[in-house]
Design a protein around this ligand. Structure first.
Ligand SMILES: [Cu+2]
Length: 171
C-alpha cells in the first residue's frame, strides 16, 4: 500500500485538498468530498450486503475541472475476488450489467456512478459489506493516476437520490 502522495489521498469525513486550490477551499460542508488534482470525488458509497449476497456495487460522483477529459480505468480493494467497472444496459426491456473498459470523465464535466448506471462492481466478497463502515478503494485514472477513496457503506435501504448529501424524503 502506498503512502499518501499528491495523487494518493484518503478522506474519511472531510475534504482533503492537494496542491491545487482551483476548487476553492470554500467549506467542508459535504460529508465526504475528495479533491485529487483536477478531479473532485463526492459521496463515495457502497450498499451494505444483504444475507447471501456475494457481490456489491460502489458509486461516486466524479467532477473534472480540467480542460482535458480523464477516464476511470480500474479499481482495486482488498477482500474481494475481483473488481470490475460496469454499466447497465437495457436489452429488450431487461436491465443487464455489462463490464466496460473505462468510465469517461468529460472535460470540465461530471460523471455520476449511481444505481441503474455506471458502477464499480465488487465480485466475490470475502466478508459482507457492513453498514456504517468504510471500504478503502483505489481508483485508477488515465491522467490523474491513482486516487484512494474511502467508500461509506450505506444501509440496504439507502436512497441513491441522496447523492447531494441529504436524505431525500420523497416516497
Ligand atoms: Cu455490476
Amino acid at each position: 500500500m502506498n503512502n499518501m502522495t499528491k495523487k494518493h489521498l484518503s478522506a474519511l469525513a472531510f475534504t482533503l485538498v492537494t496542491g491545487l486550490t482551483s476548487f476553492g477551499m470554500s467549506s467542508v460542508a459535504m460529508a465526504t468530498e475528495l479533491v485529487a488534482g483536477d478531479l473532485k470525488l463526492t459521496a463515495p458509497w457502497i450498499r451494505a450486503s444483504v444475507p447471501g449476497q456475494v457481490n456489491g456495487a460502489g458509486y461516486v460522483q466524479i467532477n473534472n475541472q480540467a480542460a482535458q477529459a480523464d477516464r476511470l480505468i480500474s479499481a482495486t480493494t482488498n477482500g474481494v475476488n475481483r473488481v470490475e467497472l460496469h454499466t447497465i444496459i437495457n436489452e429488450n426491456g431487461v436491465a443487464k450489467m455489462r463490464e466496460v473498459p473505462g468510465i469517461d470523465v468529460p472535460a470540465s464535466g461530471v460523471v455520476k456512478l449511481m444505481p441503474g448506471g455506471f458502477h464499480i462492481m465488487f465480485l466475490g466478497l470475502s466478508a459482507p459489506f457492513k453498514a456504517d463502515t468504510t471500504v478503502p478503494v483505489t481508483l485508477k485514472f488515465e491522467k490523474a493516476g491513482e486516487v484512494k477513496v474511502n467508500f461509506e457503506i450505506k444501509p440496504p435501504t439507502f436512497n441513491p437520490g441522496a447523492m447531494s448529501g441529504h436524505d431525500s424524503h420523497k416516497h
